[in-house]
Design a protein around this ligand. Structure first.
Ligand SMILES: [Fe+2]
Ligand SMILES: [Fe+2]
Length: 239
């Protein structure tokens, strides 16, 4: 298929689908299929990481006729069933990225969950107790996995899909006490070593919609609760 000149991407995170919920995303996914060429979901697809929740989501995703790219969020790990949740999503056709890249209509999508650790000079450093060092190592490891996935991409246009925030700007609005738990600048440092068209993330439900990495890559917090120019729970990006 010939590459489109621009790809319309609907991006949304933090669906938090519950096992007992009556609210359905079906209508919204139908709307997105008319508005966009691709749907990107930036993690926290489920509320407690239960396979049943993932099944409910995939039932709703039948209403989505465009390709779906996603990463998992921290909530998708809560029931220690992330592997099963991932399988359910993949069987439903979701391009679930966890340190990989995929290409849709000439645009590369690179996905990793990311991790916590804080921002800029105040990032948590690898010092002291083994538990602290393990936490920092996990944060560094996610950045390395992002880097490895970036190296797989062969397209000019690249969208990075994360759950955790790579910059401070898009978590602004959350209580400052929890900023370090909302993301890590290590992700932005990696992103800025490549040419990236846009970065989307979620997790910071009360954060701000828009920001930029120090290197200038546009970053969008697309958590469903964040107010967006569309006036809808999803953002629309033309890449
Ligand atoms: Fe969330
Ligand atoms: Fe989250």
């Amino acid at each position: 298929m010939a590459d489109r000149e621009t790809l319309k991407i609907a991006a949304m995170g933090d669906l938090h689908v519950k096992g007992d919920q009556n609210a359905s995303f079906r209508e919204l996914f139908g709307e997105i299929s008319h508005a966009a060429d691709v749907l990107v979901i930036t993690g926290d697809l489920t509320d407690l990481g239960k396979p049943r929740e993932a099944e409910i989501l995939t039932e709703d995703l039948r209403a989505c006729s465009v390709p779906v790219v996603a990463v998992l969020g921290n909530h998708d790990y809560e029931s220690a069933a992330a592997e099963e949740v991932s399988q359910i999503l993949r069987h439903a056709g979701v391009h679930l990225l966890d340190g990989q890249a995929t290409e849709i209509d000439g645009v590369g999508f690179v996905g990793v969950k990311g991790f916590i650790g804080g921002f800029g000079r105040r990032m948590l450093g690898s010092f002291g107790e083994p538990a602290i060092k393990a936490m920092v190592a996990e944060s560094v490891n996610e950045a390395i996995r992002l880097e490895n996935a970036m190296r797989q991409v062969r397209t000019e246009r690249v969208v990075v899909v994360l759950h955790y925030a790579p910059i401070l700007e898009t978590v602004a609005g959350e209580p400052p006490e929890i900023f370090p738990f909302l993301g890590s600048s290590r992700l932005a440092e990696t992103i800025d070593r490549f040419r990236v068209s846009a970065v989307v993330h979620g997790h910071a439900h009360r954060g701000a919609y828009e920001g930029r990495t120090p290197g200038g890559a546009p970053v969008y917090n697309v958590a469903a609760h964040v107010e967006k120019p569309t006036g809808r729970p999803y953002a629309l990006l033309e890449i």
